[in-house]
Write a protein that binds this ligand. Structure first.
Ligand SMILES: Nc1ncnc2c1ncn2[C@@H]1O[C@H](COP(=O)(O)OP(=O)(O)O)[C@@H](O)[C@H]1O
Ligand SMILES: Nc1ccn([C@@H]2O[C@H](COP(=O)(O)OP(=O)(O)O)[C@@H](O)[C@H]2O)c(=O)n1
Length: 218
C-alpha cells in the first residue's frame, strides 16, 4: 500500500535534506522519517556493545533486533556513529532488515497523515521508487563540512573542520560505492544544489517543485 503522497529526499551528508524534510513535512502536514537514524541506531547498538560494525553477523543481528527504544537518550549524531552507520549500511542483511519498516511508514504514515516525507540515500531509487516527488539534494563538500562542523563543534570544542571534511568525503565514497542500494539520484529526481541557497530559499525551491507536481496530479 502506498500513501497518497510520498516525498523522497536523497543526497550526501549535510547537504540539507533532513532540514528540508522537516520543513516540508510541517508545511504539508505529512509524517517524516529520517531513515539515517535507523542506520545510525544500528551502528550505535553495535558500538555500545563493543562490537565491530564491519562484522557482517554482528551488524545483521543488531538490525534484525532493532527497536527505537534501544537508543533512548543516546547521542547518535556524532561523527563516529555516522562513520559506523555507513559501514553497517553497506551490509545487505542490515538493509533488508530495515526496508520493510521504511516502506510501511511510506505506505501507512503515522497519525493517518495524508503523506510521508522520507530522507536518506536510497529512498527514490529503492525504498519508494514510485514516490510522488523526488529530490536529490547536494552542496559542495566545503559547504557541507562547514555546516556539519558548526553543528558539532559546540559539544566538541577543538574539533577541526578539516577532520569533518575528510570524514564526509570518506562516508560519501563508501555510500556511493556499495553494491546494495548505493547513494544515487533517481533518474526522475529533481536536483537541488543548496550551496548558495539559504534554508528559506532551498525550502521555497522545493515547495515550487512539489506544488507544481500536486497541481498536475489534481
Ligand atoms: N541551505 C542551507 N543553508 C545553510 N545551512 C543549512 C542549509 N541547509 C541545512 N543547513 C544546516 O546544515 C546542517 C546539516 O543539515 P541537515 O539538514 O542535517 O543535512 P543532512 O540531513 O543532509 O545531513 C544543519 O545544521 C542545518 O541547519
Ligand atoms: N536511506 C539511507 C539512510 C542512511 N544511510 C546510511 O546511514 C548513514 C548516516 O545517514 P544520515 O542520513 O544520518 O547522515 P547525515 O546525512 O545526516 O550525515 C549514511 O552515511 C549512510 O551510510 C543509508 O545507507 N541509507
Amino acid at each position: 500500500m502506498t500513501a497518497s503522497f510520498v516525498i523522497a529526499l536523497d543526497g550526501p551528508a549535510a547537504s540539507g535534506k533532513g532540514t528540508l524534510a522537516r520543513l516540508i513535512s510541517d508545511h504539508y502536514g505529512f509524517a517524516h522519517l529520517d531513515t539515517g537514524t535507523l542506520y545510525r541506531g544500528v551502528a550505535w547498538v553495535v558500538l555500545d556493545a563493543g562490537g565491530d560494525p564491519a562484522d557482517p553477523e554482528t551488524a545483521a543481528a543488531a538490525a534484525r533486533d532493532y527497536a527505537v527504544d534501544k537508543i533512548a537518550g543516546a547521542d547518535i549524531r556524532t561523527k563516529e556513529v555516522g562513520a559506523a552507520a555507513s559501514v553497517v549500511a553497506a551490509n545487505s542483511a542490515v538493509r533488508a532488515a530495515l526496508l520493510d519498516f521504511q516502506r510501511r511508514f511510506a505506505g501507512s504514515p503515522p497519525r493517518s497523515a495524508a503523506g510521508a516525507v522520507l530522507d536518506g540515500r536510497d529512498i527514490g531509487t529503492v525504498v519508494c521508487p514510485d514516490a510522488t516527488v523526488k529530490f536529490f539534494v547536494t552542496a559542495s563538500p566545503e559547504t557541507r563540512a562547514h555546516r556539519r562542523w558548526l553543528e558539532l563543534v559546540a559539544s566538541r570544542p577543538g574539533l577541526q573542520e578539516t577532520e569533518i571534511y575528510q570524514d564526509l568525503l570518506d562516508r560519501d565514497a563508501r555510500d556511493a560505492a556499495r553494491d546494495d542500494a548505493p547513494m544515487a539520484a533517481a533518474p526522475d529526481a529533481e536536483l537541488l544544489d543548496t550551496t548558495h541557497l539559504s534554508i528559506d530559499a532551498a525550502f521555497a525551491a522545493a515547495r515550487r517543485v512539489i506544488d507544481g507536481v500536486f497541481r498536475r496530479c489534481g
